[in-house]
Design a protein around this ligand. Sequence first.
Ligand code: UDP
Ligand code: MG
Length: 328
Amino acid sequence: MDVPTGPDHPLAAPLHVCVVVPCYNEEGVISHTVDVLLQQLDAMAHAGLATLDSHICCVDDGSRDGTWLEIQELAKRNKRVHGIKFSANFGHPNALIAGLFANQMKADVLITIDADLQDDVAVLTDMLRHHHAGKRIVYGVRLERQVDVLPKRIAAELYYRAMRMMNERTVRGHADFRSADAGVIADLERFGEANLYLRGLFPLIGYTSAEVHFVRKERHAGESKYPYRKLLSLAWEGITSFTTTPLKMVFVVGLLMFVLASGLGIWIVWAAFHDRPIQGWASLALLVVTFSSINMIGMGVIGEYVGKIYKEVKRRPRYIIESTTHGE
Ligand code: UDP
Ligand code: MG
């Protein structure tokens, strides 16, 4: 995708940018990340794209290390650094929306980026150029997954294929590195769901969007908070929060089994009439386990959706803010 170039001092007024950074046990990287982001904001301000007072909002998602102390220190040193502290760990998507909603009135464009600098900060400039050119949402898209190990790459590929089949608005290679204008965030606020799957929600909001491409880097320091178990649950969450295709699949599998069972039934009756009784126990046992396991899987899938309804109807708050540095 082409990035609009144009003069470095566009006629349009510079935009106030807010970069939201979710942080969970990131004491090792956060101050470096904030430095890099501030430099980038300065560069964009000099290019006439961002205002000089564009700011960063770090959301501490209930870290157990010194992340909040670091954020407070950074906020004290530079008034363009703000901080929000959760009372406990509410998860990455909740940290993102807390930062977005708290800053929606203060900024024209809001960008979300991980604290570990795996996403390329340099493409923020391209994102902003797209906003100047009238785009409402800009997706950061990874070009290749060289950094990840092979099984993770294969899993990602399979996942995107499945997602695309069920929800054609999935942006391939896009995680949570994106920018959107304040109006889009206001629309996002109207999605009150507890099962938040942001990378699926933004495409659902619509408007004109663009993609910027980058190569994902190694984590700057610290370790990934997304082990395979969590990745799997994220993928499952993505599928079940967005489509009811698995429920339809339960029906289709049931239908197939019915056809199979009918065929078997006809054969049994035919065999009985032709004096060819079928050997008993093994075939019977096989049938019982096959059909009952398929039943259980179907019930599991339906149960997942029932669980989601249960979570939604409770209407629990999605996060609780313990303190902030700027009264957000
Ligand atoms: N994160 C968070 N809450 C959590 C887990 C992670 O706010 O419960 C943040 C984390 O600090 C980081 C981002 O989400 O800024 C992505 O996490 P990570 O880099 O561990 O994931 P990976 O890049 O390995 O998928
Ligand atoms: Mg990371």
